[in-house]
Design a protein around this ligand. Structure first.
Ligand code: FE
Length: 167
């Protein structure tokens, strides 16, 4: 009897572990479709390439203080790129005044260029916005934005590079 019970217990234990990792995955599931051409670098490589503030926001999911970034009040026409991998993410055409102190957009330039993850940190359920190519943290998306989408992509200035469009 003992020889039968032990393998059964081991099997149940392994299944239990698999169950745990599945629920962890569900917590950070990618809601939107992901891109194929990923950029993956070690944390050491990112640390060398990014400034301390960029590393804190993009790789450690930090948040810059409101009204301190250089793009929250930028009214120039142009495009906003990922500060880590240079993927085009937002256009000034969809930027709006949110009053929050962070650059706010009602939609990304292409829905494939950003991914949305469920963020359960700080006892809140929020939707985290990351760059689809390098998975750099950009900010969060909320449902209180203006028409036509009703969405508010609340993005850190530090996560963005702005390029003014030539007219
Ligand atoms: Fe990126």
């Amino acid at each position: 009897m003992k020889t039968i019970k032990i393998p059964v217990l081991i099997t149940l234990f392994v299944l239990g572990l698999a169950g745990c990792s599945k629920s962890q995955e569900a917590k950070m599931s990618i809601v939107k479709k992901d891109m194929d051409n990923k950029i993956t670098k070690t944390e050491e490589e990112w640390q060398k390439e990014l400034t301390d503030e960029e590393y804190y926001v993009l790789r450690e999911k930090g948040t810059e203080r409101a009204f301190t970034g250089d793009l929250w009040d930028n009214k120039k026409h142009g495009d906003y790129y990922c500060a880590a991998c240079n993927l085009k993410l937002f256009s000034s055409e969809t930027k709006f005044k949110s009053g929050t102190g962070w650059p706010s957009f009602y939609e990304p330039i292409n829905s494939d260029n950003v991914a949305v993850l469920r963020d359960m940190s700080y006892g809140m359920v929020r939707e985290e916005v990351v760059c689809s190519r390098c998975e750099g943290h950009l900010g969060h998306v909320f449902n209180d934005g203006p028409e036509p989408t009703g969405l508010r992509y609340c993005i850190n200035s530090v996560s963005l590079d702005f390029e003014e469009s030539k007219k």
